[in-house]
Structures are given as C-alpha cells and as structure tokens.
Design a binder for this molecule. Structure first.
Ligand code: BDR
Ligand code: CA
Length: 313
C-alpha cells in the first residue's frame, strides 16, 4: 500500500514534537506533505520555529513548514507555558533552526494542497487548536469534500477537561474553529484525553527512549522528563502523557486503538463550559454521529511502536 498523504497542523509543544518525529520516522506508512503551524501551546513565532527545530533534529529538512494563524478565530489566544515551558520545547538544549519557513500562509498551503492532490487522498492531522483548518474551510469551502479524513487530538468525555474543569486545551483555545471542523461533514477520528491520559511515559519507557543513545532518543527523553512534571503534580500520573503522537500512531497501527462512532458537539457559547466536547458516548440522543471518539489504547503496544520507530531516525 502506498503511504498515506498527510498534513500535520501543530503547535509544538513537546508532545507535538514527538508526533512529528514519529511521522518522519515512518515513511512507509506516512507521506508528510507539510507541517502547518498555529498559535497554541506558545505563540506562533515559537511554534513555527519549534517545528523546524524538530525537522532538523530528525535530519529531515525537505519537509515544508508553514506559519499559519497567530490567534483563534474569535477569542484571545490562551497559551500553555505552564505545561510546556517558555519555549514550548523546554527540556533539551536544541539549536535554533537553519531551515527557513516556507513562503506563504499555512492556510493557503492547506487549500492549495487539497485542490491539487487527487480528491480523497489527503488526511489532515491537527494536533493543536483548529484555527488553521477551520479558516481554510471557511476560505475555500470546495476543499472540504476533498479531505479524506481528519485525525485529530482534542476533547475529552470521561476525563472532562485539562485547561478548565470541562474543556481540553486544543478545543478550548478555539471552540469556534472546532465547531466548524466537527460540523464540516468530513470523517473525523478524535483522540481525546480519555485515551491520551493512558499513554504515559513511565520511568522505564523514558529509560528505553534514552537508551536509544541517538540525538532523537536523548532529546525525546529530555522533553518528556520536562513535560511530565506538570501531570505528575496535577494528576499524580506516572509520567508525561503523549497526547499528540496518538494521532500518528493511529495512522500507522489503527488496531492499537478502540472507540465509538458517536455525535460530538462543541460548546461555543457558555463561558462556564466553553470548549467542552459534548460527546454522546452512551447514545442518549438521536443526534447524527460525526466522529469516531477513541477511548481505549494498547499503551505498551504504542510505546513499542514509538521506540522502534524513533530508533530509525
Ligand atoms: C493538547 O494540548 C497541548 O498542550 C498538547 O500539545 C496537546 O495537543 C492536550 O490537551
Ligand atoms: Ca499540540
């Protein structure tokens, strides 16, 4: 089978970085057409720099990296330095990138790619706020039906929220954009906190990454060392949750995951529950299913895959 063409839309972020590395390490399954950056964990200037730092770490400087929207569609930007550190990539000491940003806006790259590639051949992989994707859909509605699938990290049902009592960060930052995406009619696979909180870099897993003894293995171990302190303090977790790499692992080995095809609506008006993913997990409404909401993962299988793939870089 030929590799799946994807665009990663991202706000690196240590877990975004691991997602990008996993994709770059898997050319047999994944043809990474480009990386589009958005403001989220840290401002756009840093996310678009961090994405290039990661490409250079992997020695893959031929992947185009675009800067996109620097703020949500209708709200002030909320960032997460308290989780990811001042740079968004705190942990390892990585050099500033030499590779330039690609010319043009990320939204136009998404539009042009969907218009020029065969219809139904491109999968969008958003792992940050959905601003770039929704802006592209608004600007060029003709591309919506050309998207093969959207596999995204966002939302929560059983875990409810991480940035507010009821909302997960990516959806909370730009609920309006999330609403546009979830009502677009494009097939969606969502990786909510319910699953990503099961994918923890425990001490032995961190050790296995470090033991790769490569620049990538060392950097990933250092990133997850830094990133874990937040979840340890907050939830008493056994390590850093690798939210965003779930998206890429799903593309490579979907049988690691299980979920339900259900209706998911986004709260866009109530300040109290803003950005909540109202997921009809139990099928108590007759609202139409619009997303496969993942709930289960073989987390050791995930780490075996991740470690084996990162060893290739
Ligand atoms: C999501 O928010 C960010 O902090 C992470 O990179 C991930 O995409 C988890 O809520
Ligand atoms: Ca992210």
């Amino acid at each position: 089978m030929s590799p799946r063409k994807i665009i990663i839309d991202t706000d690196p972020g240590q877990d975004d970085a691991v997602a990008i590395l996993l994709a770059l390490a898997s050319p047999q399954e994944i043809d990474l057409l480009g990386i589009t950056c958005v403001a989220g964990n840290v401002p756009l200037e840093l996310t678009s720099k961090n994405a290039r730092i990661i490409c250079e770490l992997a020695g893959k400087t031929d992947v185009p990296v675009y800067a996109g929207c620097d703020r949500p569609m209708g709200r002030e930007l909320v960032t997460a330095e308290h989780v990811h550190g001042r740079t968004g990539l705190d942990g390892p000491d990585l050099p500033d990138p030499q590779m330039p940003l690609s010319d043009g806006h990320a939204v136009d790259f998404i539009i042009d790619t969907l218009r020029t590639q065969p219809a139904g051949s491109v999968t969008l992989c958003p792992i940050g706020p959905l601003t770039n994707i929704a802006t592209a859909f608004n600007k060029a509605p003709d591309i919506v039906e050309k998207v093969h699938e959207i596999v995204l990290m966002g939302g929560a049902y059983f875990e409810v929220g991480n940035v507010t009592p009821t909302a997960e960060f990516n959806i909370y930052v730009d609920p309006q954009a999330a609403d546009i995406v979830f009502t677009s009619g494009v097939p969606i696979v969502a990786m909510p906190l319910d699953v990503t909180h099961q994918v923890l870099v425990t001490k032995p897993r961190n050790k296995a990454l470090r033991a790769l003894a490569t620049p990538v293995g060392t950097a990933v171990a250092q990133m997850t060392d830094f990133f874990e302190r937040y979840d340890r303090e907050k939830y008493g977790s056994e390590g850093a949750p690798l939210h965003d790499p779930c998206v890429i692992a799903y593309l490579i080995q979907p049988d690691l995951f299980s979920g339900r095809h259900i209706n998911v609506e986004i709260e866009t008006t109530s300040e109290l529950t803003m950005g909540m993913t109202v997921a009809d997990w139990w099928g108590v409404t007759d609202r139409k299913a619009n997303a496969t909401f993942i709930g289960g993962v073989d987390s050791q299988g995930f780490f075996d895959l991740l470690t084996e793939r990162l060893a290739r870089l």
